[in-house]
Design a protein around this ligand. Structure first.
Ligand SMILES: C[S@@+](CC[C@H](N)C(=O)[O-])C[C@H]1O[C@@H](n2cnc3c(N)ncnc32)[C@H](O)[C@@H]1O
Length: 320
C-alpha cells in the first residue's frame, strides 16, 4: 500500500469513527514514530506487567516452545504479526539460532519506522538470522504475500495484541488467520489473563502519565498528518476496567463543548462537554474463555505456556 493510500485510509477511518455513535478512533493509528516510542516506554513501566510476564515465559520456556513448534527440528517461517520492536521475540530468536534450527523470521508491522528499528537491531545482534521484513497491514499481507510462502508457517501474535479486539472481532481475526493457514501451521499467541482488577487498571493508568501521553498522541497525529486542530488541553485520558467483560477500555473525553476541524476530510466535528471518544480496548481472558474462542475459530490448543503468577499465557494452537 502506498503512503498516499495509507494517509487517505487514515482520513477515512478517522471520519468514520468521529461520525459514528458512540465516537471511536482505531487503536491501530497509535503507532506513529512518537507512538512507537511511547509504547516502548509503556512496556518498560513496572505497572505494565504484561511485558515482564512474557519475557519470563520466553526466558524460562524457550526450549519447550521450540520442541513444540519444530519437532525433529523441521524448518519453518516464523511470521510475527504486529511485531513492534520485537524485544521479547529476540529472546526466542536467540535461542532458536543457538539450537541450529533452520528458520526465517518475518516480522510484519503497519509501522515502517518500528520495522526499520527492528531490522537494524537484528543486524547488530544476530547477523546470521534470515529475516524478511513485511511492512503493512497484516490482513492485506496475509492475502498478498504470506499465503504464498513456501514451507511451514508458525505465526506469532504476542504482547496481548489480540486483546485490542473485542470478542466478536477477535473471533473474526482468528477465523481469517485460520483460513490462511495450512494444516501443519501453528499459532503462538500471547494473551493477558483475568486477575486482580486493580493490577489491570494500573497498567493503563500509570502514575507518570505515560499511558495518558500515548492516548493523547493519537490527537497529535491527527493534527500533524490530517491537518486537524485538536487542542489537547481540552481532552482527558480516561481508562476503566470491567471485570465481567474483561475489557480495559481507554477513552479521550472532551472537557468542554468544542468543534474540531480536519483539513483532510474538510469537515468539522462537534463534541459535547464530557463526551467520550473510545480509543482502545485491551481484553483479558480466562483460560477457559480462551480455549472456547480457539474452538469457535477453528483451532485446537496444543499447550499453554504460563508465567509463575499465572498473569499471562503464550498459548500454542493448531488449525483443526
Ligand atoms: C500492542 S503492540 C505489540 C507489539 C509486539 N507484538 C509486542 O508484543 O511488544 C501492537 C503492534 O501491532 C502493530 N499493528 C497494529 N495493527 C496492525 C495491523 N493491522 N497490521 C500490522 N501491524 C499492526 C502496531 O504497529 C504495533 O507495533
Amino acid at each position: 500500500m502506498s503512503v498516499k493510500t495509507q494517509e487517505s485510509q487514515f482520513a477515512k477511518d478517522v471520519h468514520l469513527g468521529l461520525t459514528s455513535t458512540p465516537k471511536t478512533l482505531s487503536s491501530k493509528y497509535f503507532y506513529d514514530q512518537a507512538g512507537d516510542k511511547l509504547f516502548q516506554s509503556i512496556m518498560a513501566m513496572p505497572e505494565y506487567y504484561l511485558t515482564d510476564c512474557e519475557f519470563e515465559i520466553f526466558n524460562t520456556q524457550a526450549e519447550d516452545i521450540l520442541n513444540e513448534i519444530a519437532p525433529n527440528r523441521r524448518p519453518f517461517n516464523l511470521i510475527e504479526l504486529g511485531a513492534g520492536d520485537g524485544s521479547k521475540t529476540r529472546v526466542l530468536l536467540r535461542h532458536f539460532l543457538k539450537s541450529g534450527v533452520d528458520f526465517t523470521y518475518c516480522p510484519v508491522d503497519i509501522s515502517a519506522h518500528i520495522l526499520e528499528e527492528l531490522e537494524s537491531a537484528l543486524k547488530d545482534e544476530m547477523p546470521d538470522l534470515q529475516v524478511e521484513l513485511l511492512a503493512g497491514d497484516y490482513f492485506e499481507l496475509l492475502n498478498e504475500r504470506i499465503g504464498k510462502f513456501e514451507g511451514r508457517n508458525v505465526f506469532l501474535f504476542l504482547g496481548s495484541t489480540l486483546g485490542n479486539y473485542n470478542e466478536v472481532k477477535a473471533q473474526e481475526f482468528l477465523s481469517k488467520l485460520r483460513a490462511g493457514m495450512r494444516p501443519e501451521d501453528q499459532l503462538l499467541m500471547g494473551v493477558d489473563l483475568k486477575k486482580d482488577p486493580s493490577v489491570i487498571l494500573r497498567a493503563y493508568n500509570d502514575s507518570h502519565g505515560i499511558t495518558k501521553e500515548f492516548n493523547i498522541n493519537l490527537l497529535r497525529r491527527i493534527n500533524q498528518e490530517l491537518g486537524a486542530d485538536f487542542d489537547e488541553r481540552f481532552w482527558k485520558h480516561c481508562p476503566n476496567y470491567d471485570p465481567q467483560s474483561g475489557e480495559a477500555r481507554s477513552y479521550l473525553v472532551s472537557t468542554k463543548p468544542q468543534k474540531v476541524y480536519i483539513e483532510a476530510t474538510d469537515r468539522s466535528y462537534s463534541f459535547e462537554a464530557w463526551e467520550e471518544v473510545h480509543t482502545e480496548i485491551s481484553k483479558k481472558y480466562s483460560l477457559s474463555q480462551l480455549e472456547r474462542l480457539g474452538q469457535e475459530s477453528g483451532f485446537k490448543v496444543i499447550k499453554h505456556f504460563l508465567d509463575c503468577k499465572h498473569y499471562f499465557v503464550d498459548t500454542l494452537w493448531r488449525p483443526v
